[in-house]
Design a protein around this ligand. Structure first.
Ligand SMILES: CCCCCCCCCCCCCC(=O)SCCNC(=O)CCNC(=O)[C@H](O)C(C)(C)COP(=O)(O)OP(=O)(O)OC[C@H]1O[C@@H](n2cnc3c(N)ncnc32)[C@H](O)[C@@H]1OP(=O)(O)O
Length: 224
């Protein structure tokens, strides 16, 4: 395939697009641990068999916590600048539902450079991501792949939006156990970036995805 898409020399700075940026290292440790606690809370609520007394007490405690947090908020669209263990710098949305560090609904998925090229990450989805009994919901597998595929394009200097995503479910993906997610760029054509990736459990592919990402239109593209 023709490789004529132009990777950007430097990642576009979201501030140039009017978006606020929070460096991940500036997220307070107390917020990170609160997010962890809320993740655990969501799982506990989803599975609890507690009685009325405990449920009412928990509801009051959560209502009190909620009231504590009704102050100043980050704007929707706020970005987080993340530096991955391999030194790669990446921008993502702060509350991205797959990888956002402050989003308790995000598993979260973290990707880093894979020795064989592209990106790889590991993620464990608990029972709140359940579709069929004991298995990850197919929509969430698509979300994991979409995010990983987008991140793979971004890591090659070609951040963009998903235009087309195809997912094949090859084997069941179990809950509560590590799933490996891999993704790589397979080709480019003008602003089109073709990407492919997999979810694996115990080395066996459970879902595979391909996508077309359309690279962001950047100054200097000249309509290419
Ligand atoms: C600075 C901030 C950093 C941000 C980092 C972000 C990281 C994100 C990571 C998040 C990961 C999570 C990811 C998410 O959740 S992304 C969220 C889900 N995706 C969207 O919401 C995207 C919605 N769609 C659009 O906005 C537009 O349609 C896009 C931007 C995709 C293209 O509209 P645009 O006006 O820009 O492009 P163009 O029309 O000039 O077309 C250009 C080329 O593309 C070809 N084409 C277009 N569409 C399709 C299609 N559907 N099938 C096949 N081909 C298609 C087209 O034929 C042409 O080809 P060619 O003529 O060259 O051959």
């Amino acid at each position: 395939m023709t490789v004529d898409a132009k990777p950007v020399a430097e990642l576009p700075d979201p501030r140039d697009f009017g978006l606020a940026v929070v460096p991940e290292k500036e997220i307070p440790a107390e917020l990170a641990s609160l997010v962890e606690e809320v993740r655990s809370l969501v799982d506990a609520v989803a599975h609890t068999k507690a009685g009325a007394h405990e449920l009412a007490a928990a509801r009051d405690a959560v209502a009190a916590a909620n009231a504590c947090l009704q102050g100043d908020r980050h704007d929707v669209g706020t970005m987080v600048q993340q530096t991955w263990p391999d030194g790669r710098v990446e921008y993502g949305t702060l509350t991205n539902v797959v990888s956002g560090p402050t989003n308790a609904a995000a598993p979260p998925l973290r990707m880093e450079a894979a020795p064989e090229g592209g990106l790889r990450g590991e993620v464990v989805l608990n029972g709140t991501y359940q579709g069929p009994p004991g298995l990850v919901h197919g929509g969430w597998l698509a979300a994991l792949l979409d995010q990983a595929l987008g991140a793979a394009a971004g890591a090659e200097g070609m951040p963009g939006l998903t235009a087309d995503l195809n997912v094949n479910y090859r084997n069941p993906s179990p809950l509560d156990t590590p799933l490996e997610v891999t993704a790589r760029v397979t080709g480019t054509e003008r602003r089109k970036v073709f990407v492919a990736g997999e979810v694996r459990h115990g080395g066996r592919v459970t879902a595979e995805g391909t996508a077309l990402m359309v690279r962001m239109n950047l100054p200097g593209d000249g309509g290419a």
